[in-house]
Design a binder for this molecule. Structure first.
Ligand SMILES: C[S@@+](CC[C@H](N)C(=O)[O-])C[C@H]1O[C@@H](n2cnc3c(N)ncnc32)[C@H](O)[C@@H]1O
Length: 278
């Protein structure tokens, strides 16, 4: 189910795309016009190549997120014909665009930030790609009907006060694979832990490899929306605890997972937890 480009353009004007000196019919092949519109859409976090115009050429992480994608993309099929994709926290649309370029039938990108959504809509239009961008929080992901062949949940977890609550919702949307990325800090070593420990066993908590998420009370990297930053062991443990099986780890911060035990006795883990019956 896809939306024609003219409808996307109409929706963009309905959502109040910023008025600009370059208002008027789009001139996507005119680099000067493109560069002006890119600038008017605010600071970009995603560096996209829009017909020769880079949206974030001076990104502090380099050519971001291309630098990440080049490690992740071999783990995603080149041909996604017929696939339906959900990109949670889509930002300027980089990953949505890459999935659409691989032939996905339907790509839905959601984000809470109007600036990023405006950028993503503009980028998709400039590249002639039909992608649905919606203003919606990960916490409302269960209001999107159906499940998806690919769910991308990248760069969002550590921005949430309620990370596991969100992850337990996200896994319910995965019919095929989850592509999960989080900032990690602390130990990147993992080892096998016992399923259970005695109440007075305290030493395990001194081991940097024990699953642990650092709580950021104020700010990290000047960003007050960074809340919980897991170490590698915690990121992997949370995925498993939400019922996912890790099948690939294409780069340090990214895991590809399939649903393994997201339901127990026909009920999702979140439902059981919220009912007090997990
Ligand atoms: C660090 S960026 C990651 C962007 C992109 N997914 C990536 O990996 O490059 C975090 C994104 O998550 C979005 N975000 C933050 N809280 C969110 C929420 N509750 N629901 C959906 N998106 C959210 C932000 O607006 C931002 O676009």
């Amino acid at each position: 189910m896809s939306i024609p480009l003219q409808d996307i353009a109409a929706e963009q004007s309905l959502h109040g795309a910023p008025k600009s000196a370059s208002a008027g019919p789009p001139r996507f092949s005119d680099r000067e016009w493109l560069a002006q519109r890119v600038g008017e859409l605010g600071e970009w976090f995603h560096n996209l190549d829009l017909n020769g115009v880079a949206t974030a050429p001076n990104h502090f992480l380099g050519d971001f997120p291309n630098v990440k994608w080049k490690h992740i993309e071999p783990a995603i099929p080149r041909d996604l014909t017929g696939a339906v994709v959900l990109d949670i926290g889509c930002n300027g649309g980089f990953y949505s665009i890459e999935m659409k370029r691989r032939g996905a039938e339907r790509v839905v990108g959601i984000d809470v930030d109007d600036r990023y959504l405006g950028q993503a809509r503009f980028a998709a239009q400039a590249l002639g790609l039909e992608i649905e961008f919606q203003k919606r929080s990960v916490y409302e992901v269960d209001s999107i009907p159906g499940q998806f062949d690919y769910v991308l949940f990248m760069g969002v977890l550590y921005h949430l006060r309620y990370p596991l609550y969100a992850l337990d919702k996200v896994v319910q949307k995965v019919a095929g694979k989850l592509v999960f990325q989080t900032m990690i800090r602390g130990s990147e070593d993992v080892r096998q832990w016992e399923d259970n420990y005695h109440f007075w066993e305290k030493k395990i908590f001194e081991d940097a490899r024990f699953p642990c998420a650092y709580f950021i009370e104020h700010r990290y990297a000047n960003d007050p929306t960074n809340w919980w930053v897991p170490n590698r062991a915690a990121a992997e443990a949370m995925l498993r605890s939400s019922g996912m099986k890790i099948v690939e780890h294409p780069e340090a911060e990214t895991w590809i997972c399939v649903p393994e035990r997201v339901q127990r006795d026909g009920h999702f883990i979140q439902e059981l937890e919220l009912n007090g019956t997990l």
